[in-house]
Design a protein around this ligand. Structure first.
Ligand code: NAP
Length: 679
């Protein structure tokens, strides 16, 4: 008998009782037993806070990203084992890949984002410095620091691998330890995943814990710095949100709940068009992948009233070709639901939906099954309903969490938007059309009700990841019924695990605290040009001053001719005089930037390896022939790159004229070598 263990406070704990049986979705056999009896929930949370948190906070974003990447590679080596176990949840190989490869992909995605979009630092400085006083001695800056608690991650049964990994990745990158609580029904797969994570030894101890079985008093011990990320039904979300510890201690609570996602066919997409086929294919995919047990699956298919017969026929034909049965059989396209109780739940919801719509395809009580016993396994036919009265409440309110969708007719874009909004907030929606005007009207109407929208047509179909796939760089979550949360979403999701603090002080103090040079702080003009300094020897505030250099009319004319930029403001005195901003010929902005580079550069070979861009460039005062330019270049931020022989240096650049007025401001971005190892 396999008994699932929890991994808490640094060791694997078997339950103190026999636990409840978990069943194979295909054969009905017992797979494992689950119970959390004897698990010290308070102790686990304290362990996360006291052991995992400090170690994680000691690592930089780049170091954490490197560990995520190593973990992703490790799990990739064990994919086959996870696929095999997935089959017991009723998943086909394609479903399993969606879950397992999708989860590993999230780890890789966050590893890459962490390296590219976050600093090699332990905290995140967010946004610009805000001037708060006229004299420049009082400024503000937002600072994000990791929460000092544990990210409690409560997952739904349908994605036992992707679910925990998509929550773990941003929490880990933020420097916050995770406590994973899988849904019991498929917890044996998540438990194996966590075993692989722990066995690998890649993540620091305390970074991940696992509780298998009922959460019991887990939430009672939450404190102000803990975070709850919940995925599951709207009903459970409501209950947990109102938990006294969550509500009373203002615990940050994110919910990804169920939703009645819609897909809308455009009126241009008549039979014979590519969009018509895309719509029908996508609907069938969404109904059958994971046997429709996907929070993002299409539950409502809105089609122009004039096309509903054609759509019904096209989808029926496609569904008729879907083989249902044992996922181990390579011919099977749709496996089983996660369990017999889940099938009963879907049948109950179907009953309610059938008050409003009649089946176009499928019988909720009967299905042809290949390679398995239709009654012992949790098999269900895909069921497509058609509700000719689109105003009925049921299709907009009842989620059948299985291979079920309802066709609804609409007349005109405004009606489609109004019907979609009756879902009261969804995770994902799609509009299948090549008509840009229709797409714009529907997208702008739908957007406030949706976390993610896909416009699908011949242009993007080849590369589209489809209606139902959440993606790590994009927001996953939705308003209202969908839970009101945002889970994935790139760096947004990382910052969700951090506390944002508005810091007010003088510029020098801000520079000392954040390690990033803030204008108004003293500069250090060194005898040695800062371009001669290796990364380790450079300090924020190190400054080079170049100039002055007089800009002549000849320079402007030469630059115009040389580059081909003969815009009238630089070449035609009379026309330039009529320009309200210039009142005469002015130097090209790019000439100013080029002269500035000539003034600040230290040309001989040295530690500066490359200039890889400019940011925040603004031309502030026109430069006229005769003006004298001076440039001040100050090391603003120094970011060593993990595992590389160089780092990035951002230089604050201020080009001024003879009156001291700034004519251009920008950041120069360079790569600077670390000191050679033998030095
Ligand atoms: P569920 O019954 O709401 O359970 C979700 C999770 O909450 C499970 O881990 C469950 O644990 C746990 N839970 C239940 N009561 C709890 C309590 N009092 N304290 C702490 N945890 C508690 O949902 P489900 O049946 O697993 O999943 C199906 C639903 O999830 C569908 O409605 C679907 O739309 C939704 N879903 C949404 C998303 C999304 O991203 N928005 C993704 C997938 C699924 P036990 O299993 O041990 O009871």
């Amino acid at each position: 008998m396999v008994v699932l263990r929890s991994y808490v406070s640094g060791s694997w704990r078997a339950p103190e009782d026999e636990g409840e049986p978990l069943h194979d979705a295909v054969t009905g056999e017992e797979v494992a037993r689950i119970s959390s009896a004897g698990v010290d929930m308070r102790g686990a949370l304290e362990y996360g806070r006291e052991v995992g948190g400090p170690v994680l906070r000691g690592l930089t974003f780049h170091q954490r990203a490197a560990l995520l990447k190593a973990l992703a590679s490790h799990l990739r080596e064990h994919r086959e084992e996870l696929y095999a176990l997935s089959a017991r949840t009723g998943a086909t190989l394609a479903d399993a890949k969606f879950d397992v490869d999708g989860g590993i992909g999230v780890l890789f995605g966050y590893a890459s984002k962490g390296r590219r979009e976050l600093p090699n630092d332990t905290v995140l400085i967010e946004g610009d410095v805000e001037p708060l006083g006229r004299g420049g001695t009082f400024v503000g800056q937002h600072l994000c620091t990791p929460s000092r608690g544990v990210a409690v991650q409560i997952n739904a049964f349908n994605f036992p691998v992707w679910g925990p990994l998509e929550k773990l990745a941003p929490a880990f990158l933020a420097g916050v330890p995770s406590l994973v609580k899988p849904a019991s029904r498929t917890a044996y797969l998540t438990a194996r995943l966590v075993e692989l994570v722990v066995e690998s030894g890649i993540l620091p101890e305390g970074a991940v814990q696992l509780v298998c079985g009922a959460p019991r008093d887990l939430l009672d011990h939450l404190t102000e710095q803990d975070i709850v990320a919940f995925t599951g039904s709207a009903a459970t979300a409501r209950r947990l949100r109102a938990h006294p510890a969550v509500a009373g201690r203002s615990v940050r609570f994110n919910a990804e709940a169920d939703s009645l996602n819609c897909s809308i066919l455009g009126p241009d997409a008549a039979p014979g068009t590519r969009e018509f086929d895309l719509f029908a294919d996508q609907l069938v995919t969404e109904m059958t992948v994971k046997a429709g047990q996907k929070c993002t699956a299409i539950r409502r298919a809105l089609v122009p009233a004039a096309l509903i017969d054609d759509v019904a026929e096209a989808v029926r034909d496609r569904l008729a070709r879907v083989t249902v049965g044992n996922p181990a059989d390579p011919d099977v396209r749709m496996g089983a639901l996660a369990g017999l109780d889940q099938r009963e739940e879907v049948r109950r919801s179907l009953k309610a939906l059938m008050d409003a719509g009649r089946p176009v395809f499928g019988d909720p009580e009967h299905v042809e099954v290949v390679g398995a016993d239709a009654e012992r396994g949790a098999f269900l036919s895909p069921v497509l309903l058609r509700a000719d009265d689109a105003g009925r409440a049921e299709p907009h309110e009842v989620e059948a969490f299985g291979p079920v969708s309802t066709l609804l007719p609409y007349e005109g874009a405004a009606a489609a938007v109004e019907l979609a909004a009756r879902g009261r907030g969804s995770l994902a929606g799609s509009v299948v059309t090549g008509d840009a005007e229709f797409a714009r009207e529907v997208v702008l109407g739908l957007a406030p009700w949706h976390g993610r929208l896909l416009v699908l047509n011949a242009e993007d179909a080849g590369e589209s990841t489809g209606h139902g796939s959440p993606l790590p760089p994009l927001v996953h979550g939705g308003p209202g019924r969908a839970g009101g949360g945002e889970e994935l979403g790139g760096v947004r999701a990382v910052v969700h695990h951090m506390r944002r603090t508005a810091l007010q002080s003088g510029p020098a103090m801000l520079t000392s605290i954040t390690g990033r040079w803030v204008p108004g702080t003293d500069r250090t003009v060194t005898a040695e040009h800062p371009f001669r300094r290796y990364l380790e020897d450079l300090r924020v505030g190190d400054t080079a001053v170049g100039g002055p250099r007089t800009v002549t009319l000849g320079d402007v004319e030469h630059f115009a001719e040389f580059t081909g930029d003969t815009f009238y403001a630089h070449t035609d005195e009379e026309a330039a005089r009529a320009n309200p901003f210039f009142g005469g010929r002015v130097a090209h902005g790019y000439l100013v930037v080029s002269f500035a580079a000539g003034l600040f550069v230290e040309p001989s070979p040295g530690p500066v390896l490359a200039n890889y861009g400019l940011e925040r460039l603004r031309f502030l005062t026109p430069v006229k022939p005769g003006d004298e330019l001076t440039v001040t270049l100050t090391a603003k931020q120094i970011s060593p790159r993990e595992g590389a022989e160089y780092g990035e240096v951002r230089w604050d650049t201020d080009v001024t004229n003879q009156e001291g007025a700034s004519v251009a401001k920008y950041d120069v971005l360079t790569l600077v070598a670390k000191r050679p190892k033998h030095d």
